[in-house]
Design a protein around this ligand. Structure first.
Ligand SMILES: NC(=O)c1ccc[n+]([C@@H]2O[C@H](COP(=O)([O-])OP(=O)(O)OC[C@H]3O[C@@H](n4cnc5c(N)ncnc54)[C@H](O)[C@@H]3O)[C@@H](O)[C@H]2O)c1
Length: 438
């Protein structure tokens, strides 16, 4: 654990942001950063760019911007690199994704065209609905990891970078449970060499990142760094890691609403969630094995927030269902419906309906930016291993196996801000407030 007010290295030099997958989220993120740099748009949704933090007592009036409080890298210091299994550069891929208007994408054409994806590590066994051909070849997964490590070194040298971070924005892989090969670094490295089928492509990238001392964030629900072997490697090489699965659309709404219902002791008999979306992510999730990975991630939040064991009369046996339907006409513009059956005083039933017409990648892009900047900050502050304070960004926050994750968005935000205060030697805020009245 770092000390309160620990010394944080200055963010000198350029930071490489390595994105695995150059699809809708990655291109919306990159194009967004370039647009902000040119004054063509604002970074709404990003805590590092728009957020403030209260310091000290309410009477002190200290509310600096987070970017002025902690030493973060600036947007002009970011250099983007990516891997994908399709050859399209970031310009073509952004047009293909259709999230950002063509007119704006064209204004950013030179910057986006310059980002050409490196060949991916990919095996269709883990993402059945994709069939790309821009793929690295090698006799085993160990060799593929070495290729990634060499490529990262070259990327760093060619761009004169002082630091790097990696964010997984690739597709959702099939559901995999921890097994023997994940139980220690030794078993894992042996597994890489003998092509163990329980090591999907995402783990090969994560291994390469951690071996290279690069922080890793997992934007998909894939198991990846959430296993003992890679946690060990992160500790050993003093690298921060976090995940899993960006918390955007429907789950974001759930973790905003559920804490409110619980705060007022309103009971829940059922929560039915259904989505339609038509982007490539939707197509991948149309495969039941990839959907299973996503479903696990989406289902866990209500149980943890509502604590049925602690409040059996209110939350025991509530029915929870999540559906995702691939519906091409909508593209990235997802529609998520929630029907929530609640009950109040004397058990009288009530219903809440939500219809969130959201834009998936517009919600995810600022999270990629914040995670890249905060992981870089964490590493400069000497923090390593699981970064629980970044739970705010994830549907299935990583914790030690002995802890349960916090899903309540407001607890997550308090945890994040208190971590920043702690890093900078400021008092934590408890909201007690009795001292104002003494
Ligand atoms: N957009 C959101 O709101 C949101 C929220 C939570 C999680 N996610 C997750 O983020 C990820 C990206 O979402 P998206 O909408 O950009 O999807 P996308 O399909 O547009 O992009 C994913 C890209 O990853 C590439 N890819 C897949 N496997 C790869 C590999 N092994 N190596 C290199 N590239 C690979 C694909 O070719 C594709 O271009 C998905 O896993 C999605 O589930 C998105």
């Amino acid at each position: 654990m770092i000390e309160k007010g620990t010394k944080i290295a200055e963010p000198k030099g350029k930071v490489g942001v390595l994105l695995v997958g150059l699809g809708a989220v990655s291109t919306t993120f990159i194009a967004g950063v370039e647009a902000v740099k040119k004054g063509l748009g604002k970074p709404f949704g990003s805590l590092t760019q728009m957020g403030t933090i209260r310091l000290g007592k309410r009477t002190e009036g200290r509310f600096p911007k987070i970017s002025e409080f902690v030493p973060l890298a600036g947007l002009n210091d970011l250099v983007f690199g990516a891997w994908d299994i399709f050859e399209e550069d970031a310009y073509q891929s952004a047009l293909h994704a259709g999230v950002i208007e063509k007119e704006l994408v064209n204004q950013l054409k030179p910057e986006l065209e310059a980002i050409k994806p490196m060949k991916g590590v990919f095996d269709r066994r883990y993402v059945k609905r994709l069939d790309g051909h821009h793929i690295k070849q090698g006799p085993n997964k160990w060799e593929l990891a070495q290729q990634l490590i060499d490529e990262i070194d070259r990327f760093k040298a060619a761009n004169g970078l002082s630091r790097l971070v990696m964010v997984w924005c690739g597709s959702t892989e099939i559901f995999i449970q921890p097994s023997v090969v994940h139980s220690s670094l030794e078993c894992f490295e042996a597994g890489l060499k003998n092509n163990d089928e329980n090591i999907p492509s995402s783990m090969v990238y994560a291994y390469a990142a951690l071996k290279s001392g690069i922080p890793y964030a997992n934007g998909a629900p894939n198991l990846t760094v959430d296993v003992e072997a890679l946690r060990q490697l992160a500790q050993q090489n003093r690298v921060p890691i976090c995940g899993k699965d960006f918390k955007t659309g429907q789950t974001l709404m759930k973790t905003i609403l559920a804490p409110g219902l619980k705060a007022r002791l309103l009971g829940l008999s059922g929560w039915f969630s259904t989505n339609i979306l038509g982007n490539r992510d939707g197509e991948v999730l149309d495969d039941p094995d990839s959907f299973k990975t996503k479903e696990e991630s989406k289902l866990s939040v209500l149980e943890q927030i509502l604590q049925p064991d602690v409040y059996p009369e209110l939350y025991k046996d509530f029915y929870h269902k999540v559906r995702i339907n691939y519906y091409p006409p909508r593209g990235d513009n997802k529609e998520g419906w929630d029907n929530i059956d609640v009950f109040g005083w004397l058990g009288y039933p009530m219903q809440i309906k939500i219809d969130f017409l959201c834009r998936d990648s517009i919600l995810a892009a600022p999270l990629v930016l914040d995670l890249a900047l905060f992981l870089d900050l964490a590493q400069r502050a000497g923090m390593h291993g699981i970064q629980e304070w970044l739970s705010f960004y994830f549907k299935s926050p990583m914790t030690l196996p002995t802890l349960y994750p916090e899903h309540d968005l407001f607890i997550q935000l308090m945890k994040l801000k208190n971590t920043l205060r702690y890093m900078m030697g400021e008092e934590q805020i408890t909201h007690l407030g009795l001292d104002y009245y003494q």
